[in-house]
Write a protein that binds this ligand. Structure first.
Ligand code: CP
Length: 310
């Protein structure tokens, strides 16, 4: 398992290419065991993984649960609405108490950027960031790299166009770090209110018109508008956004042969992605979701092995 040494996965920023390669290579080996019909591996037998999701999730929570189970670990779900955080307990105290009961890894989703870093400093467990505010969503970026590599063979040199609410998106940030580390070219596209020029300093091109970008992209990643991270009224017109930046069948037809459409989910059909494109032949949306299980198997295994080694 060379290339990986940390008991935590907190973000893609600063993660070395060798560490990313270690995850992708292990995920490829675990891929057959990520399928529903495969018998579980016993590699994490005797370990316990706890999901601490302070924000909603379908894909990340489900796939971490399946990943842990398919490695033989026990999984518990902390039910936020029924837990003592609603009585004023701090996130650190909640996490420490859960870990005190014999939990080895915490999978954490929070509305607050930095929560996984805070827990990694103060809690004696492996911490896996399942999305923190607008900051990072590292396992989404890893499964996106895995999907790109499956389809194109190599990420280096790919032109990846990320369209949407970039400023508020943890998926965009994690993908930007990951894709740049792996040698892809990244263009961030959307209205100036959602895609600040400041992203150019992080190594991306910034574009405020979609049409001229379509013909050069190998992969187009559509992101939803993160209404939960905007003040009411900050997005003047969703209909206008869809007209200017939504991926329609007509726009998809202008992509290069072999270009793919990606989306981390959840999709707002009819806004950033039209239904016929979401379900069309270029779409790899469900492949991304499926690959999430193998990637999360790999990161759980690598982090818990690094923790065991101390
Ligand atoms: N892509 C993603 O994080 O989806 P969920 O919010 O459903 O986990």
């Amino acid at each position: 398992m060379s290339g990986w040494s940390s008991p935590h996965l907190l973000g893609m920023r600063g993660l070395a290419r060798e560490a990313i390669e270690a995850v992708l290579e292990l995920a490829a080996r675990r891929r057959p065991h990520a399928e529903a019909q495969a018998p579980p591996l016993g590699l994490l037998a005797g370990r316990t993984v706890a999901n601490l999701f302070f924000e909603p999730s379908t894909r990340t929570r489900t796939s971490f649960t399946l990943a842990a189970r398919r490695l033989g670990a026990e999984v518990i779900d902390y039910a936020v609405a029924a837990g003592s955080t609603v009585k004023g307990e701090s996130t650190v105290d909640t996490a420490r108490n859960i870990v005190a009961m014999g939990v080895d890894a915490l999978v954490v989703r929070s509305a607050h950027a930095g929560t996984p870093v805070l827990l990694a400093r103060h809690v004696d467990a492996a911490i896996l960031n399942a999305g923190d505010g607008a900051h990072e969503h590292p396992t989404q970026a890893l499964l996106d790299l895995f999907t790109l590599r499956e389809i194109f063979g190599e990420v280096r040199g790919l032109q990846v166009l990320i369209v949407g609410d970039i400023g508020a998106s943890r998926v965009a940030r994690s993908n930007l770090w990951a894709l740049r580390t792996m040698g892809a070219e990244v263009t961030l596209c959307g209205p100036p209110t959602l895609v600040p020029r400041a992203f150019e300093a992080l190594g991306a091109r910034v574009a405020h018109r979609l049409e001229p970008e379509l013909e050069r992209a190998d992969a187009v990643m559509l992101l939803r508008i993160q209404h939960e991270r905007h003040r009411a009224g900050a997005i003047p017109s969703v209909r206008e956004y869809a007209r200017l930046f939504g991926m329609t069948a007509e726009r998809a037809a202008r992509l290069r042969p072999g270009a793919i459409i990606m989306h981390p989910g959840p999709i707002h059909r009819g806004v950033e992605l039209m239904p016929e494109v979401a379900d069309g032949e270029r779409s790899v949306v469900l492949r991304q979701a499926r690959n999430g299980v193998a990637i999360r198997m790999a990161v759980l295994e690598l982090c818990l092995e690094a923790r065991r080694r101390g």
